[in-house]
Write a protein that binds this ligand. Structure first.
Ligand code: AVI
Length: 322
C-alpha cells in the first residue's frame, strides 16, 4: 500500500530539500551576483511561466507541440506497444498527453519530481484521464541521477520524456551530468525523447525572453518578491530592470535584473549592496545546433537516432538511444 490509492505506486526516494536561503546568500556574495533559475517556480512563478508559454513571442511551446502532433505516428513506431513513459519534472501535462495519445497502447506513465505534492497532483490527473494506464510516481531529484531499479511495472520499452528545452537551463557540465544520469538508468532498447531550442536570429531570441507585454519581466522579478517574502528580504523590485541578452560565445540567452540606481538591501539579516548598473544574473537558456546537441548526447554515450524540427528550424525534438 502506498497511501496514494489511485496510483500504481509512489516511490519516495526522500530527495533532500533545496536550501533556498543558503543558495540566495551564496549567489548574492558572488561577483557577478547570481540566482538559480530553479527558484523561479513557486506557485506564482509557475503561473507566470504558463502565461509565457502563450505569448506571441515565445515560439518554444507551441512549436514543440506542433512537432509532437506531426510526428505522433513515428513515435508510436519507435516506442512500440507497451511503452513505459517516464517524465522527469512531471508537469507539462499538455505535452505528456499528446505523447500518450500518440503511442499505441502505452502500458504505464511514471512521473518523477522533487516536490511530492506537485507530483501526486500531476500523476492523479494523468491517472484520471487515462484509466487504462498504470500510473506511478517517484519523488526524487532527477538532477542527481535516476534510480529506476524499483519500477514495479511490466518491462516495455522505457521512454524518458524531457521536453521544453529544459536541458538548456543547465550549465554545460550540468546538462552532461543530467543526460549521463538518464543514460545510466537505461537498458538496451530504452530511449529519451528530448526537446532543444535552436540557435537562431538573436533578435528573435531576445524578443522571446523580453516580450512586449512584460510577462517575462514579471517572471524574472517574481524571484525578488519571493526572496523578500520568504527570506525576510528588503530588495526594492521597482529599482530593478529586466534584461535579456544573447551571449554568442556561450550560445545562450541570459536573463538579468539590472539595478537602475545603487541600493543596499538585506536578506535574512545579511546586508548586500548593488551598484548602479550592476546585474543579478538569474537564468541561462542555452540554444543548440544539431552539431552541438549531437556532441553533447554522444559525449555521454547516446546515439541520436532521429531529430525532428519545424519548417523554420526554431525547435527540435530528438530520439536518443543508448
Ligand atoms: C523552462 N525553460 C525551458 C524556459 C526557457 O525558455 O529557458 C524558462 C524561461 N525563462 C524565460 N522564459 C522562459
Amino acid at each position: 500500500p502506498n497511501g496514494h490509492a489511485a496510483l500504481a505506486f509512489f516511490d519516495d526516494q526522500h530527495p533532500p530539500a533545496g536550501d533556498f536561503l543558503a543558495d540566495v546568500l551564496d549567489g548574492f556574495s558572488r561577483q557577478p551576483k547570481q540566482l538559480a533559475p530553479v527558484y523561479f517556480y513557486d506557485a506564482a512563478g509557475s503561473a507566470i511561466f504558463d502565461e509565457i508559454t502563450q505569448l506571441p513571442e515565445y515560439y518554444v511551446t507551441r512549436t514543440e507541440l506542433a512537432i509532437l502532433d506531426r510526428i505522433g505516428p513515428e513515435l508510436a513506431t519507435l516506442a512500440g506497444p507497451g511503452a513505459v513513459v517516464i517524465e522527469p519534472g512531471s508537469g507539462s501535462s499538455v505535452k505528456i498527453r499528446k505523447l500518450l495519445d500518440s503511442l499505441s497502447d502505452p502500458a504505464s506513465y511514471v512521473g518523477l519530481d522533487i516536490s511530492g505534492s506537485h507530483l501526486e497532483a500531476a500523476c492523479l490527473e494523468i491517472a484520471a484521464a487515462y484509466p487504462e494506464l498504470q500510473v506511478g510516481a517517484i519523488c526524487a531529484d532527477f538532477t542527481q541521477g535516476l534510480d529506476l531499479s524499483h519500477l514495479p511495472l511490466e518491462d516495455g520499452r522505457r521512454v524518458i520524456f524531457f521536453p521544453g528545452s529544459t536541458v538548456g537551463n543547465f550549465e554545460p557540465d550540468g546538462a552532461r551530468q543530467l543526460l549521463a544520469g538518464f543514460r545510466q538508468a537505461m537498458r538496451p532498447g530504452d530511449a529519451v525523447l528530448i526537446g532543444t531550442d535552436r540557435v537562431k536570429d538573436p533578435a528573435r531570441l531576445i524578443a522571446a525572453y523580453d516580450d512586449a507585454q512584460g510577462v517575462t519581466a514579471r517572471f524574472n522579478l517574481n524571484l525578488i518578491h519571493r526572496i523578500n517574502r520568504e527570506l525576510d528580504g528588503t530588495i526594492d523590485p521597482d529599482g530593478l530592470s529586466h534584461r535579456a541578452v544573447w551571449n554568442a560565445d556561450q550560445s545562450r540567452i541570459e536573463m538579468h535584473l539590472v539595478a537602475d540606481q545603487a541600493q543596499e538591501f538585506h536578506v535574512a539579516g545579511r546586508t548586500f549592496q548593488l551598484r548602479e548598473g550592476e546585474s543579478i544574473h538569474t537564468e541561462n537558456s542555452h540554444k543548440f545546433t544539431q552539431e552541438s546537441f549531437t556532441s553533447l548526447a554522444e559525449s555521454v554515450g547516446f546515439n541520436v537516432r532521429s531529430t525532428w524540427s519545424d519548417d523554420a528550424d526554431l525547435f527540435s525534438l530528438h530520439w536518443l538511444e543508448p
